[in-house]
Design a protein around this ligand. Sequence first.
Ligand SMILES: Nc1ncnc2c1ncn2[C@@H]1O[C@H](COP(=O)(O)OP(=O)(O)OP(=O)(O)O)[C@@H](O)[C@H]1O
Length: 261
Amino acid sequence: MTEMLVELDNVSMAYGKGDAAVLAIEDVTLSIRKGEFIAVVGPSGCGKSSLMKLISGLHAPLSGKLAVEGKPVNGPLKSVGMAFQASNLLPWRTCVDNILLPLEIVQPYRSKISSNRAEYKKKAEDLLHSVGLKGFTEKFPWQLSGGMQQRASICRALIHEPEILMLDEPFGALDAFTREELWCALRDIQAQRQVTVMLVTHDLREAVFLADTVYVMSDRPGKVVKKCNVNIPRPRDLEVTYTQEFQDIVHELRSMIGGKH
Ligand SMILES: Nc1ncnc2c1ncn2[C@@H]1O[C@H](COP(=O)(O)OP(=O)(O)OP(=O)(O)O)[C@@H](O)[C@H]1O
């Protein structure tokens, strides 16, 4: 039987209370398999980031059931790693010391960081090497390009071996060529580590290239209006983006989002 990592059953979520409440998500039902790569797309303000906050336990549901690893979510989960559009690397720390940051915060690593620092540093360096940053481990963020900073930020999100990697527009600020390079880096990381990924993006090509399943959300309050299984075989190379099959899926998703405007 397929193991479900995340299960949302008719979940709604609001910001604020009473008359001032803003309903961000309404009656969302979806599940994410262990090792699945899902992408969430939809118009601006439809609740994509809110869905991420819900699943990571940063915001409680208004109604419905939400479980991760079979347990109800009652607060921030440490089995989640997150990366955003801005890399948010600390400028006074080297690349490797930025990657080590979560281990200084998350247990059980935090209690062992002083005695295990050398081992943890090696792990951080290995991660950086795996995303093509060999030779940059001791550089400061301002000595790296934007794409390199995003690679490092994904490493930081993975260092504590989370079950779920949550990525909110991680490549949104990058140029098209760098973005496609990072798609491949992320594809490889996910294939090697079999981590479950939830990617929020405005880029439909990015969603279709990377994901097993793409969810389209409606305007606020966000509902899932379409679940699209991307059955393009893996491993996927960038050439796949020029195929009719790929373009048909992108067009179908575009029509779901663009149709209302
Ligand atoms: N802290 C907040 N307080 C009140 N309303 C909020 C808050 N955060 C988000 N919202 C509202 O909830 C809705 C969903 O926001 P969310 O950031 O999840 O959308 P999004 O799909 O990620 O948007 P974008 O694509 O523009 O990043 C928006 O209409 C937004 O105005």
